[in-house]
Design a protein around this ligand. Sequence first.
Ligand code: FES
Length: 156
Amino acid sequence: MEPRLEVVLAKYQGARQEALIPLLQNVQEELGYVSEEAIFAISETLGVPDAEVFGALTFYAQFRLTPGGRHSIKICRGTACHVRGAQSIISSVEDELKLVAPQDTTDDGMFTVEKIACFGACSLAPVMVSDGDTHGRMTPVKARRILRRVQEGDDA
Ligand code: FES
């Protein structure tokens, strides 16, 4: 078993069904996603059917079933950002990275793009967060520039 998964599961020995969501969150924090191996191991640890673990995973949008890219791009599509052009930012990012929905991670594993309900920074709308750095008053041109800078940083 993946050692990081083993460490997380050890903390939940004796726990029951109520611990399912916190455990899933913990696994995702550690691995970046919830693997197939983790689903079966969680089912066994908590004594809940694996279908129930899978059901919780697919119900909550926060969980990933596949590994994310090395770089994280989050784009707000909340109301304030929406009215200030969030969709054009999303389209330009997806076009630049050649992503076709529902694909959210580039084929080379470099970027994962997520759409977020609101960052709580509405006065900066439209907002995009690149590897944890918040960029406000985005435009499609600025978004493409940020992506290229990240790519160049990796190539350097
Ligand atoms: S709506 Fe985009 S940051 Fe709040």
